[in-house]
Design a protein around this ligand. Structure first.
Ligand code: MG
Length: 230
């Protein structure tokens, strides 16, 4: 059994940057995404329960839609189908209240910033509404040139490309960085890029899915990482 406290105390040792995932790490937003994806698919007669959204979190929208089509009708979705389902999902989620940033994420980021860490966000999302909110809610902590979105990559998570892109743009080496992720596919992506990965389980999946994806440590709340700064 991993000694959680001692491994957390070494998390940021000799590191220079922290790459944060967005949904489920910075924002308590996954419940909205799960409901919105599930009802968008059901609008087109396809069953995709909320728990499956958590298992597939991190994929780009088109990859998610194609995967669900492959499972249900054994083919990829057409461009028109991708557009229709994604528009429906976007429409549904825009009716929900704005997602609330996790207090512990903001406080951790403030501490990291004070200590001189480079802070990046690596998300599969490409919706302007959320990216604008990110810059507003984490003002002074996150800048627009330090965000990798779904639009910046050919292959979304679980492919390593999003995290490799962040390494490349930041000029940091894999062993100088910590990734903070909440989703199995995001963890796989970061680990495939060779980066130490903290999983924060803010969702409905059991911890073992995060360990199996390769997480180096699994915690319940980002405030556990503040141990290092006290
Ligand atoms: Mg996430």
């Amino acid at each position: 059994m991993v000694d959680k406290i001692s491994s957390l105390n070494k998390t940021f040792h000799n590191k220079k940057g922290v790459f944060f995932d967005m949904d489920g790490v910075l924002y308590d937003s996954m419940g909205y995404h799960a409901e919105a994806w599930s009802s968008a698919f059901s609008h087109f007669g396809i069953d995709f329960p909320p728990v499956m959204v958590y298992h597939n979190e991190g994929r780009t929208a088109s990859a998610t839609i194609n995967l669900v089509f492959q499972e249900n009708v054994q083919r990829n979705a057409t461009d028109v189908e991708v557009e229709q389902i994604y528009s429906r999902k976007t429409e549904i989620i825009s009716e929900y209240p704005d997602a609330i940033p996790f207090k512990s994420a903001k406080s951790l980021m403030e501490n990291l910033k004070k200590q001189g860490f480079a802070i990046w966000v690596v998300t599969g999302s490409s919706q302007d509404k959320f990216l604008e909110a990110l810059l507003r809610d984490f003002k002074g902590l996150i800048s627009s040139d330090r965000i990798i979105t779904g639009k910046d990559v050919t292959h979304g998570k679980p492919h390593p490309e999003p995290y490799l892109r962040a390494l490349d743009k930041s000029g940091l080496k894999a062993d100088q960085v910590v990734v903070i992720e909440n989703a199995p596919l995001g963890i796989q992506s970061a680990k495939a890029a060779g980066i130490y990965t903290v999983a924060v389980n803010t969702g409905i999946l059991d911890d073992h899915f995060l360990w199996e994806a390769g997480a180096d440590v699994v915690i319940d709340d980002l405030k556990d990482l503040e141990l290092e700064f006290n």
